[in-house]
Design a protein around this ligand. Structure first.
Ligand code: HEM
Length: 528
């Protein structure tokens, strides 16, 4: 017989009583209900079943990329000007309009390839995603710490990620798979120059830059558009780790970057970034030697200065990692009036992918969760029902029977369209599947190499040699061929580390997927 007299609160114990989710008090949290002390158990044991079956469902699918991340909150403050000019001259987005205007933000930093509990010391791009809770609804700027990307067309994204993720058979991240793909994807050279340099392992999240990477547009009141690129510059400075530094940190701690960010904010040492914007006239740019809609390219800052437009401060940590960090949902389609997409072929693909995965990963009503709500704007939709809906976006005073539009019985009406609907240059063309004409895969990669300091070049070469050393000969030779096309010195140095000379790779033809520039042709001729 249970001795009930020994249970219940001790005198003076004023702690809250444990309940189940139905609000029933829990009398015994140690023993399930059984026939006799030694069992068997009974199936009507609601308290036990609720507890264990909720536990069985604690995990949602982790993000297919950027699974490990850290979230914090703060504000963005506009400078009101782009250089000497009012920002309003270029964009009607209200968050930029006045000097000193503040907008709440949530920022999630992440690594890309590893799972939810992977090491934060990996050589891997870092995500830098910012959600601005503006009065016109949310704006997400979903960027990375490196200014360019591996590919320029969204149709290649599953391939590049599969190559970078663990082998489906051995479950090891295999250099041979990575460089097999990259060696057949010449537009990845610029990104590889970044990723395998010291910048490929940021020391933590507070000391890294952020880049929008893709090209966006700004729109003003007159309906005029410009192309823009976004850059976040940390006031704390930029710091990176060598392989050796990273190995030392990783030996003691897998989540050092999350810890660093959390502790800095708890201690009142609030990290800050400046947002800078590069601008270019909307339209084609035949005078440039790269395509401004190509995310494997940067825009030279001498010609397109990155001008400061505001600053962001992070001053608050999450309270619940799961509800906030795990369930927050960013997407490139989440723009406000005055900001727009460009025709960048990565950007359009990304814009589909984010909300698609979030409807699967979090659920169809993911935008009702507090961290995803447009909390500073009014939300009034005719969307109804679906799993886990817990309120109706109904506006008091409108007819609750009308969840459709149009109606003569009240309900919601369409907004007045901003004055200038049509914008940007006129575009004409046949439906086709073609790569952009101006690919220029090597030039900026070569410039990047030449601009590096000696120790950075040493690190880059050592990193390539170490990983390519684990690859098959064919893959090594094609990569060395690309490196000669990027810059002679790089080809020679990596080749030397692998025992491959220029004459060993001179017979290789350009890939079918390549269009060589005159300069590239010259390099190819020199190789022979
Ligand atoms: C996360 C797709 C390129 C930055 C994700 C997720 C998907 C995705 C499916 C997971 C989202 C979620 O579960 O909530 C794609 C596709 C791309 C692409 C299809 C190319 C076509 C890029 C590029 C960048 C980027 C170029 C950098 C500019 C991020 C970031 C996250 C993310 C920062 C994490 C967001 C968070 O913290 O929740 N991406 N991505 N992605 N992506 Fe991409």
């Amino acid at each position: 017989m249970t001795d009930v007299s020994s249970k219940g609160p001790a005198p003076g114990d004023d702690r809250a009583v444990l309940t189940n989710r139905q609000g029933h008090p829990v009398y015994d949290n140690q023993n399930q209900r059984t026939v006799g002390a030694r069992g068997p158990a009974t199936l009507e044991n609601y308290q036990f079943l609720e507890k264990i079956s909720h536990f069985d469902r604690e995990r949602i699918p982790e993000r297919v990329v950027h699974a490990r991340g850290a979230l914090s909150y703060g504000y963005f403050e506009s400078y009101g000007t782009w250089g000497d000019e009012p920002i309003g001259q270029y964009t009607r987005a209200k968050l930029f309009a006045e000097q000193g205007k503040r907008t709440d933000v949530a920022v999630r930093f992440s690594s890309v390839i590893g799972g939810r509990d992977s090491s934060e010391c990996a050589r891997d791009p870092r995500g830098f995603a910012v959600k601005f809770y503006t009065e016109d609804g949310n704006w997400d700027l979903v960027g990375n710490n490196l200014a360019v990307f591996f590919i320029r067309d969204a149709i290649k994204f599953p391939d590049v990620i599969h190559a970078l993720k663990p082998d489906p058979v051995t479950f090891r991240q295999e250099p041979n798979r990575i460089f097999d793909f990259m060696s057949q994807t010449p537009e990845s050279m610029h990104m590889l120059m970044n990723l395998f340099s010291p910048r490929g392992i940021p020391s933590d999240y507070r000391h890294m830059q952020g880049f929008g990477v893709n090209t966006y547009k700004w729109l003003n009141d007159q309906g005029e558009s410009v192309l823009v690129k976004y850059h976040w510059i940390p006031t704390q400075g930029v710091r990176s780790m060598t392989e050796e530094d990273a190995a030392n940190v990783q030996a003691h701690e897998l989540g050092h970057a999350t810890k660093d960010l959390y502790e800095a904010i708890e201690n009142g040492d609030y990290p800050e970034w400046e947002l800078r914007v590069q601008m270019m006239a909307d339209g084609e740019h035949p005078e440039l030697d790269f395509d401004p809609l190509d995310d494997t390219k940067t825009w030279p800052e001498n010609d397109f200065p990155a001008k400061p437009v505001g600053r962001m401060v992070l001053d608050r940590n999450v309270v619940n990692q799961f509800a906030e960090n795990e369930q927050i949902a960013f997407g490139t389609g989440v723009l406000v009036d005055g900001l727009d997409f460009s025709d960048d072929k990565m950007l359009v693909g990304r814009t589909f992918s984010y909300s698609d995965t979030q409807r699967y990963r979090v659920g169809p009503n993911y935008l009702q969760l507090p961290v995803n709500q447009a909390k500073n704007a009014r939300v009034a939709t005719n969307q109804r029902d679906g799993q886990m809906e817990y309120y109706v976006d109904h506006v008091p005073g409108t007819n609750p029977h009308v969840n459709y539009e149009p109606s003569i019985h009240g309900g919601l009406r369409e907004a007045q369209y901003p004055q200038h609907d049509e914008q940007g240059p006129v575009i004409e063309g046949r439906l086709t599947r073609k790569r952009i004409p101006l690919t220029q895969d090597y030039k900026q990669a070569g410039q990047r190499y030449l601009l590096s300091e000696d120790w950075e070049r040493d690190d880059l070469v050592a990193n390539f040699v170490t990983l390519l050393g684990q690859c098959e000969r064919d893959v090594q030779e094609r990569m060395v061929w690309h490196f000669f096309m990027v810059e002679d010195e790089l080809g020679s140095r990596v080749g030397e580390g692998l025992g491959i000379k220029a004459s060993d790779v001179a017979h290789l033809e350009p890939l079918e997927s390549q269009t060589l520039s005159d300069e590239d042709q010259q390099r190819l001729a020199n190789l022979g």
